[in-house]
Design a protein around this ligand. Structure first.
Ligand code: ARG
Length: 464
């Protein structure tokens, strides 16, 4: 095993274990490109301030450029981590001058820089995943702007809404998550490169130059903080967790809605699986897997929080454990976003099933109370009257919308034709035109807003 720190050590028989136990190369390869880019920026800066001669700088940059081109497969495998691997490979390519690259830096500021860079590079990927889902949600929202479905509270039928309105609710939830990524860009905006091990360096380096070259906002202001901080990973995982929570909630709805009891939607063959014994089955495995995977980012968040809480300032090797957990959480978040997007895009809704579910479900009882209240009956009293009407219907085995005017008059003298027509789900939904409501005009303006948010680059606005 080749190491960067052999000088003071003899070879003992525990070495093999320690090396295998401490190895991080396999997981470090995820940020191979970021590590090499960090080294390139550092080499350019060292040459620019005269710590390296222009020729040395050129040599290092040429070698690093070649490493980037070759890709990680040409890196040595018998090394502890990515930083060592790149330096050893650089030595093979350019000779002893490779040893000068580590002037005025340490693996501590390197790794802290690499992880920030990697997260920053993944933010657009995550944003694109969110946008793709939102685009699918908006398409369905437009298509089903006026498709009636039962709106629920406590998972019990509450009031009729439109399916488009439901999709818009999800659209705005994901808009918030996209917006939250802006904070992750902020919290990863400081560049720790040049902090060296923990205390800075005696060399006259230009940290602003490396920070700018690598696309950071500024150098971190304190070397000890720059090398110790990992809270930005928690910020990133927080957003991943929220994304997964909403994906899981959606997955749960998809699972329910594909059951024969609901029958609200059908997923295409490629997004369902059969059973090895029951030939009729069409199982919503992708939705179930999304629900099942949704705990992973929170698991990583919790693992990293525990990891951080006992650490004194300065680099601690514990933090090597932050990366595999974060990578896995991120991979799953992206995969689940894609899976959900595919389901949203491909789902075939069955409006007739949703409409049938509303018939006779009393979800226009509020409308009866509202109609009476609009005629001057105090709402409390109107609520009571509507409750009695529901009880009557339950006993008679009919729905509220089946009541005749005569029957309604039996509950309130003020009932008239408009009261009768107020009791259809169509009318109930159509009348809810308050801003943000499920009425057709209100839904149209939400569709317009969603469309303009979707067309914006990034998630600069939450809404307006
Ligand atoms: N693999 C290490 C990590 O991920 C790299 C930094 C090692 N630094 C050190 N002083 N041992 O944190």
């Amino acid at each position: 095993m080749r190491k960067l720190w052999g000088g003071v050590f003899g070879e003992g028989d525990g070495e093999a274990f320690a090396v295998a136990f401490g190895e991080s190369l396999a997981s470090d390869l995820t940020f191979f490109a970021e590590d090499v880019r960090g080294s390139m920026a550092h080499a350019r800066m060292l040459a620019s301030v005269g710590i390296l001669s222009p020729e040395e700088g050129e040599l290092l940059l040429a070698g690093l450029g070649q490493i980037l081109e070759e890709g990680p497969q040409r890196l040595p495998k018998d090394v502890e981590d990515i930083h060592t691997a790149v330096e050893v490979r650089l030595g093979e390519l350019v000779g002893d001058v490779a040893g000068k690259l580590h002037t005025a830096r340490s693996r501590n500021d390197q790794v802290a820089t690499d992880v920030r860079l990697w997260i920053r590079g993944q933010l657009p990927v995550l944003e694109a995943g969110i946008k793709a889902l939102q685009s699918g949600l908006l398409e369905q929202a437009k298509k089903h702007a006026d498709t009636l479905m039962p709106g629920v509270t406590h998972q019990q039928h509450g009031q009729p809404i439109s399916l488009g309105f439901h999709f818009l609710a999800l659209f705005f939830a994901f808009q918030r998550h996209g917006h939250r990524l802006g904070w992750v860009a902020e919290s990863t905006g400081g560049c720790p490169l040049g902090s060296a091990a923990l205390a800075g360096t005696p060399f006259g380096i230009d940290r602003a130059m490396t920070a700018t070259e690598l696309g950071f906002d500024a150098p971190t202001p304190n070397a000890l903080d720059g090398t110790s901080d990992r809270s930005f990973i928690l910020d990133f995982l927080h957003v991943s967790n929220l994304l997964m929570l909403d994906l899981s909630r959606m997955a749960q709805e998809f699972v329910l809605w594909t059951t024969p009891e609901f029958g609200y939607l059908r997923l295409p063959d490629e997004l369902t699986t059969g059973s090895s014994i029951m030939p009729q089955k069409r199982n919503p495995d992708i939705a179930e897997l999304i629900r099942g995977k949704s705990g992973v980012p929170l698991g990583a968040y919790s693992q990293l929080s525990m990891m951080m809480k006992g650490l004194v300032l300065g680099y601690n090797r514990d933090t090597q454990e932050d990366k595999p957990a974060m990578f896995q959480a991120h991979r799953m978040t992206l995969a689940c976003l894609e899976g959900m997007t595919r389901m949203v895009v491909a789902a075939e809704f069955r409006p007739e099933r949703m409409r049938a579910a509303i018939h006779g479900d009393f979800s226009t009882a509020t409308d009866l109370a509202d109609a009476l209240a609009a005629k001057g009956v105090p709402f409390r009293e109107a609520h009571e009257i509507a409750g009695k009407a529901v009880r009557f219907c339950l006993e008679a085995g009919i729905g509220l919308e089946d009541l005749s005017l005569e029957q309604l008059k039996g509950f309130s003298e003020l009932a008239d034709e408009s009261t009768v027509s107020a009791l259809t789900p169509e009318s109930s939904r159509t009348r809810r035109e308050s801003q943000g409501g499920t009425g057709p005009v209100a839904v149209r303006s939400q569709l317009d807003l969603a469309q303009s948010l979707l067309e914006e680059a990034g998630f600069t606005r939450l809404w307006s």
